[in-house]
Design a protein around this ligand. Structure first.
Ligand SMILES: Nc1ncnc2c1ncn2[C@@H]1O[C@H](COP(=O)(O)OP(=O)(O)OP(=O)(O)O)[C@@H](O)[C@H]1O
Length: 344
């Protein structure tokens, strides 16, 4: 459906924002571009939509090169973070906007608007003023408006950006179900990994205008390709080490690793779940430096530990078992959560 080859773009020669981006999105696939603020996500969407001309590289949609094709001829729908609805039009008028532009007959447009409002959970809202809607309802109207012209590719820029957490979590699940049902091809950008992981068949992690990793959410989570990706996903236990047969030498001592881990000098990630607390006599001796209660279903506590050797370690444990600040504990490691970073 979409193929980018070596796309480089920026704002003048001194500011390169995208640097040789290759990306493919298949029919009916939902791909989420994930990356920190300023990594070039919005610019990427703008290049695909034809709103920003790349300095080099190609954009193909359904096998056709798009250079010189104006935005309205590309068959892509774009929904921005601020979703700017037209305040002077009612809900129906907003959703019908793209259909009117294409000259769709009134009756057909009305029918399609009603159908879409049903799909986004606002049946019968045609005559409501958009100013009377909550933020979440406005977001749904913006989504219905973007879907109405049945774009070949729907692009969403931080689609749930301004909503509170509870609503986001609910809407993102609804969005996923909607896209599966409509079989829409979607390219969404977000800086929120939770959102990307729920929504996406495949995630693309960006760093400073380049693609740092592509894979299913599970692949990326299990095997981050680099320290950048690991840290972006919120993992802080990253150290240099040397993998030998079934074990790795690290500043925290000799850690078990999964069978088949490639040997040699590398960076290693230890997921907090793989840091097991024991009594101070066992394993690596550590002092609890801080505890952070994160809430959530599992009632987990994140512990920051200062080990007798090596950098600080993050561990997680159930609230009920969490030691106090300043307590002395021992730590052992579970090889299933000790991961060699990089390919292989
Ligand atoms: N109109 C512009 N003129 C000059 N520089 C710009 C312009 N728009 C964006 N940039 C710069 O391009 C870089 C990438 O911006 P972009 O909006 O693509 O990033 P992003 O990953 O979408 O960030 P965010 O998550 O904050 O929206 C940033 O450094 C930004 O300052």
């Amino acid at each position: 459906m979409l193929r980018l080859g070596g796309v480089t773009a920026g704002f003048g020669p001194a500011q390169r924002v995208l640097d040789g981006v290759d990306l493919e999105v298949a029919d009916h696939e939902t791909v989420c571009v994930l990356g920190p603020s300023g990594s070039g996500k919005s610019t990427l969407l703008r290049v695909i939509a034809g709103l920003h001309t790349p300095d080099a590289g190609s954009v193909e949609l359904s096998g056709r090169d798009q250079s010189g094709v104006p935005p309205h001829r590309r068959g892509v729908g774009l929904m921005f973070q601020d979703h700017q609805l037209f305040p002077q039009r009612d809900v129906g008028g907003n959703v019908a906007f793209g259909l009117r532009m294409r000259g769709t007959a009134r009756r057909e447009a009305d029918h399609r608007v009603a159908e879409l409002l049903g799909l986004v959970g606002l049946p019968g809202a045609e005559r409501r003023a958009v100013t009377s809607l909550s933020g979440g309802e406005q977001q749904r109207v913006a989504l219905a408006r973007a879907l109405a012209p049945q774009p070949d590719l729907l692009m969403l820029d931080e689609p749930l950006g301004q909503l509170d957490r509870g609503l986001r979590e609910r809407l993102v699940v609804e969005l996923r179900a909607l896209f599966r049902k409509l079989r829409t091809t979607v390219l969404a950008v977000t800086h929120d990994q939770g959102e990307a992981f729920v929504l996406a068949d495949r995630v693309v992690v960006m760093n400073e205008g380049r693609i740092a990793q592509t894979g299913t959410p599970l692949e990326v989570w299990q095997r981050p390709a680099s320290e950048f990706v690991a840290r972006f996903l919120g993992f802080d236990n990253v150290v240099d080490g040397t993998v030998r047969d079934g074990a790795a030498d690290t500043p925290w001592g000799v850690l078990p690793v999964e069978e088949g881990t490639r040997t040699g000098t590398c960076q290693l990630l230890v997921r907090p779940a793989g840091v097991r607390l024991t009594s101070p006599q066992d394993g690596l001796r550590c002092t609890v430096e801080a505890r952070t209660f994160r809430g959530g279903d599992a009632a987990e506590v994140t512990l920051l530990l200062r080990p007798e050797t090596g950098p600080r370690l993050e561990a997680s444990c159930p609230l009920r078992e969490a030691p106090e600040d300043g307590a002395e504990v021992g730590v052992t490691f579970d090889g299933r959560d000790v991961v060699r970073l990089g390919q292989g």
